[in-house]
Design a protein around this ligand. Structure first.
Ligand code: GAL
Length: 826
C-alpha cells in the first residue's frame, strides 16, 4: 500500500511537472525585441498598481486595458504595505497581488512585475517600511550596506517565492514575462560613490540568483550589468539606446500625465503629445512600451508619497481615477495600438532606413519579406508640413507622426484625434431625498494628555525625526516645559515661539492654548513658524504637533531627509532693541505618536459611540471628529465624496480609510493657460496644468465595494477646522460627449448606459475651442449639420457619422484641416 501511494505521488509529481513544462512560455530577447516562444514581439503594456484600486475594480480595469490594445499590465510591489512591521505580512484585500496577477492572467494578458522593492511611485517613503530605516546599523538605504541588503533580499525572495508557488512566471506557464529589480537607481547613483556601483552589481546578482526564468530589467541604469536589461523612463524615449546591443529598446515608463501635489495645480498631458511620443518611439525602433500610468487610481489610507502627494493619483491616465475612460486619450491610443500591432512582424523583423528629409521631417521605412511599413514625422513645433514621399503627398501637422502601415495609406496621425471627448459630470446621490443635508454627530479629539499634561510615551533631550516614530500615524506630538519667572532675562511683554520645521504641518499650543499653525507650501520644504505667545510665571507647557502628509519618496539619499521638528525651537523675548533667545532644542522633550481615537496599528477609528454629540454642531473647530450616515447611491456609477468646506484631515467610510483630505489647500493660481495647452513642443509637468486657484482636491473616491446595502457611515477627523454642512456624495457619469472626425473618418459619439438627449453643436469645417466651448472657425459647410446629427443620434446610446463631403456637401477651407465636430448632451 505504502509503495503504491509513493508511486502514485511520484507519478502525479512527474505529470504535474510535465504539464508545467508544456505550459511554460519561453521569454527571452535579442537586440530587437522581447521574444516569446522564440517570436519577437511588439508589446504594449500599462501600469495599474493593485493597492490603488480594489479587487472588485481589477477585472473591469484589466478588461478595459485589454480592449484598449494592451498586451500586458505592469505593477510595482509595495514593500511597506506588505510588511508594515518586520516579518509581519499583509497580502489581504487590495494587497493581494497574487490575485491581481491571476486576474491579469484570466484576461489573457501578460504581466510585468517590478519588485523594486524601492519603487518611488509617489508612494510613502518610496515603498520602504520605516522600520527598515530605524533598524540598528542600517544608516543608509539603497547602498552597499549588509543590513539593508539582507532585508531587501529577504523581501524580494519572499515575493519571488510567492509568485513561483502560484506558478505565475511565464517560465512556469504563468503571465509574468519580465521582472524588475531596483528602480531608476542610475538617476541618483553618483552621491553613493563606489558603494553605489557595488550595490547595483549586487542587485543584479541577487535578482539573477532567484532563477525566475524570465528576463530582469533595471530602468534608467545605463551601467546595468548582464543579464539585466537597461530600459528608459521619461516623457520621450525615442532617442534611447540600451547599454547592450543585445538588449531591445524598451520604455518602462511612458508618462501618460503626471501626479498632483497639495498646493499645486493639476498637471495633464495632451493626447496628441502622448500619442506623438509613443509613435516616435516605435518609429525609431522601440518594441516595448509601458504607460505609466494606464490607471493611476487612489492613494488610500496614508499611502501617498511625500512630502505633498495628493490622495488622488489620477495621473491623467487613459483610465481615470474611478476607472472611467479618459476620452479621447484612451480611444486615440487604442487606435494607435491596433495599428502598431498590425505592423508587429515588420517592425520587429524588417530592415530599417531612416531618412532626414530636412526641416525636422523624417521618414522611416521598415521592410521585410512580408511587406513594408512607414512612419513620417514632423518635429517642427509650429509648422505643418506637406511631405512628398514615395511619389505621393502627405499632410503631416507640426509635432506629429503619420503611420502608413503599407507605406502608402496614411491611416493614423498622432495630432488628428478621431475619438470622442467625454466630459464627466457629478450627479447628486439619487438614493437620498433632495436637497441632501447629512445629519452630523461630533466629538472633540481628547488632547488633554499632550496639550495640557505634556504626557508622552518616550522622552529625550533631543528633538526627534518623525521617521523614528515608525510611521504609525501622521501625527507626532513634541512636548516640553519651561520654568520662568519675572526676573528671567527672557521675560518681556513681547514674546514669541519660533520653530524651524521640516514637517508638512505644525500646530503649536502653549499652556493648553492653541497659538497657531503653519504648513509647507508646494515646492518649499522648510519653513519657520513664529507666533506671539504669553508665558506665565512658573512652569509653562509647550506642545508642538507635527503632521506628515507622506514621507519623501524620491531623490539621492531621500531616506535620510528629515521630517518633523528638528529645531531649533526657540522662545524669543524682545525688549526695546534687545532680543533674548532661549533655545529649547536640547530641553527634555517627550513624544507621543498618534491620536487617541485612532488605533495606530490598523488606522481605524476607535471612538466610543456614547461620546458623540448631535447638538451644537461646531464649525471651524480644530481636532474634531464628525460622523454621519448616508445611503448607497443607486446604480453602478462610481461614487465620489465632495468634501468642500472642510479643512484638512482623514476620512473613513465604513471603517475603511479613503485617504487624507485637504480641500482648504488651494492650488497655486499661476500657470494655467486660458486657452488650454498647445500639444506642440516638448512637454514637462509644468507645461499643461488646470484647476489653478481651486482646492487642490475637492472630490475623493469611495469605491463601491466600501459601501453596504442600507446605511453607511462616514467618519472625518478634522484637523484644521471646517464646515461639514455641504459635504455630500455624488456619482460620476458622462455628461457631455463631443465627437471629432477628420475628413473620411467616422465620428462616433456615445452616452454610455444612457441615451443622447440633444445635440448642442455640430459643424463640418474648421472649429475653435474644446468640448463644451466649441465655436465655429473660419469656414464651414452649408448643409444643416445639426439636423443630420439630431436625426442620427438622439434617442440612441451611440451614433456614428461619416465625415465627408458626400454627407455634408463641399466645403472649401483653403488649407485649413476640416473636420466634423459635434457636442451631444447625455
Ligand atoms: C519615475 C519613477 C516612478 C514614478 C515616476 C513619476 O521616476 O520611477 O516610480 O515616481 O517617476 O510619476
Amino acid at each position: 500500500m505504502m509503495r503504491f501511494t509513493t508511486l502514485l505521488l511520484f507519478s502525479l509529481l512527474v505529470l504535474h511537472q510535465c504539464i508545467s513544462t508544456i505550459n511554460a512560455t519561453e521569454v527571452s530577447h535579442d537586440g530587437r525585441a522581447i521574444t516569446i516562444d522564440g517570436k519577437r514581439r511588439l508589446l504594449i503594456s500599462g501600469s495599474i498598481h493593485y493597492p490603488r484600486s480594489t479587487p472588485e475594480m481589477w477585472p473591469d480595469l484589466i478588461k478595459k486595458a485589454k480592449e484598449g490594445g494592451l498586451d500586458a499590465i505592469e505593477t510595482y510591489v509595495f514593500w511597506n504595505a506588505h510588511e508594515p512591521f518586520r516579518r509581519q505580512y499583509d497580502f489581504s484585500g487590495n494587497l493581494d497581488f497574487i490575485k491581481f496577477i491571476k486576474t491579469v492572467q484570466d484576461h489573457g494578458l501578460y504581466a510585468v512585475l517590478r519588485i523594486g522593492p524601492y519603487v518611488c511611485a509617489e508612494w510613502n517613503y518610496g515603498g520602504f517600511p520605516l522600520w527598515l530605516h530605524n533598524m540598528r546599523g542600517i544608516n543608509e538605504l539603497r547602498t552597499a550596506n549588509t543590513v539593508y541588503m539582507r532585508e531587501m533580499q529577504n523581501f524580494t525572495t519572499l515575493i519571488v517565492d510567492m509568485v513561483k508557488k502560484e506558478k505565475l512566471f511565464a517560465s512556469q506557464g504563468g503571465p509574468i514575462i519580465l521582472s524588475q529589480v531596483e528602480n531608476e537607481y542610475g538617476n541618483v547613483m553618483a552621491p553613493y560613490g563606489h558603494a553605489g556601483k557595488v550595490y547595483v552589481d549586487w542587485c543584479a546578482k541577487m535578482a539573477d540568483s532567484l532563477d525566475i526564468g524570465v528576463p530582469w530589467i533595471m530602468c534608467q541604469q545605463s551601467d546595468a550589468p548582464e543579464p539585466m536589461i537597461n530600459t528608459c523612463n521619461g516623457w520621450y524615449c525615442d532617442h534611447f539606446t540600451p547599454n547592450d546591443p543585445n538588449s531591445p529598446k524598451m520604455w518602462t515608463e511612458n508618462w501618460s500625465g503626471w501626479f498632483k501635489s497639495w498646493g499645486a495645480s493639476d498637471p495633464y498631458r495632451t493626447t496628441e503629445d502622448l500619442a506623438y511620443a509613443t509613435a516616435r518611439f516605435f518609429q525609431l525602433g522601440g518594441t516595448f512600451n509601458n504607460y505609466y500610468m494606464y490607471h493611476g487610481g487612489t492613494n488610500f489610507g496614508r499611502t501617498a508619497g511625500g512630502p505633498l502627494i495628493t490622495t488622488s493619483y489620477d495621473y491623467d491616465a487613459p483610465l481615470d481615477e474611478y476607472g472611467i475612460f479618459n476620452q479621447p486619450k484612451y480611444g486615440h491610443l487604442k487606435e494607435l495600438h491596433d495599428i502598431l500591432h498590425s505592423m508587429e512582424k515588420v517592425l520587429t523583423h524588417g530592415n530599417v532606413s531612416h531618412t532626414d528629409m530636412g526641416n525636422s521631417i523624417s521618414a522611416s521605412v521598415y521592410q521585410s519579406t512580408d511587406g513594408s511599413a512607414c512612419f513620417l514625422s514632423n518635429k517642427n513645433t509650429t509648422t505643418d508640413a506637406t511631405v512628398k514621399f514615395q511619389g505621393a503627398t502627405y499632410d503631416v501637422p507640426a509635432w506629429s507622426v503619420s503611420i502608413l502601415p503599407d507605406c502608402k495609406n496614411d491611416v493614423y496621425n498622432t495630432a488628428k484625434v478621431n475619438t470622442e471627448t467625454w466630459v464627466i459630470e457629478k450627479k447628486a446621490n439619487q438614493a437620498e431625498q433632495e436637497p441632501v443635508a447629512l445629519k452630523w454627530a461630533w466629538r472633540p479629539e481628547n488632547i488633554d494628555d499632550t496639550v495640557v499634561k505634556g504626557k508622552g510615551e518616550k522622552s529625550s533631550s533631543e528633538l526627534m525625526d518623525q521617521k523614528a516614530a515608525n510611521d504609525v500615524s501622521d501625527y507626532l506630538w513634541y512636548m516640553t516645559s519651561l520654568n520662568v519667572d519675572e526676573n528671567d532675562p527672557i521675560w518681556c511683554d513681547d514674546m514669541s515661539l519660533r520653530v524651524n520645521c521640516t514637517g508638512q504641518v505644525l500646530h503649536a499650543y502653549v499652556n493648553g492654548e492653541y497659538i497657531g499653525r503653519e504648513f509647507v507650501t508646494y515646492g518649499i520644504f522648510h519653513y519657520v513658524f513664529e507666533k506671539k505667545i504669553k508665558l506665565k510665571p512658573g512652569l509653562n507647557q509647550i506642545t508642538l504637533l507635527s503632521v506628515t502628509t507622506g514621507f519623501q519618496h524620491y531623490g539621492p539619499k531621500f531616506d535620510k531627509i528629515a521630517n518633523g521638528v528638528l529645531g531649533p525651537v526657540e522662545i524669543i523675548g524682545r525688549k526695546g532693541d534687545q532680543t533674548v533667545i532661549t533655545d529649547l532644542s536640547s530641553h527634555k522633550w517627550s513624544f507621543q505618536a498618534g491620536l487617541k481615537s485612532i488605533d495606530r496599528n490598523n488606522n481605524i477609528v476607535k471612538v466610543d459611540s456614547s461620546e458623540w454629540k448631535t447638538h451644537e454642531l461646531p464649525t471651524q473647530r480644530k481636532m474634531t471628529w464628525y460622523k454621519t450616515t448616508f445611503k448607497t447611491p443607486t446604480g453602478t456609477d462610481p461614487v465620489s465624496l465632495d468634501l468642500n468646506g472642510l479643512g484638512k484631515g482623514l476620512a473613513w467610510v465604513n471603517g475603511k480609510s479613503i485617504g487624507r483630505y485637504w480641500p482648504s489647500n488651494i492650488a497655486e493660481s499661476h500657470n494655467c493657460t486660458k486657452n488650454g495647452c498647445d500639444y506642440r513642443g516638448k512637454y514637462d509637468f509644468n507645461k499643461c496644468v488646470r484647476d489653478c486657484g481651486l482646492p487642490t482636491q475637492r472630490w475623493y473616491h469611495v469605491p463601491r465595494s466600501f459601501l453596504v446595502d442600507g446605511e453607511n457611515e462616514l467618519v472625518l477627523f478634522e484637523e484644521f477646522g471646517g464646515n461639514p454642512s455641504s459635504v455630500n456624495f455624488q456619482t460620476l457619469t458622462v455628461g457631455k460627449a463631443c465627437g471629432s472626425a477628420y475628413e473620411n473618418k467616422t465620428m462616433e459619439i456615445s452616452c454610455p448606459g444612457r441615451s443622447i438627449t440633444g445635440v448642442r453643436f455640430a459643424l463640418y469645417g474648421d472649429v475653435q475651442g474644446t468640448c463644451g466651448s466649441f465655436q465655429p472657425g473660419t469656414c464651414q459647410g452649408k448643409k444643416d449639420i445639426l439636423d443630420v446629427l439630431k436625426k442620427e443620434c438622439i434617442g440612441k446610446e451611440k451614433c456614428a457619422v461619416e465625415a465627408n463631403e458626400a454627407v455634408f456637401g463641399p466645403v472649401n477651407c483653403q488649407g485649413v484641416k476640416k473636420r466634423l465636430v459635434a457636442e451631444v448632451v447625455c
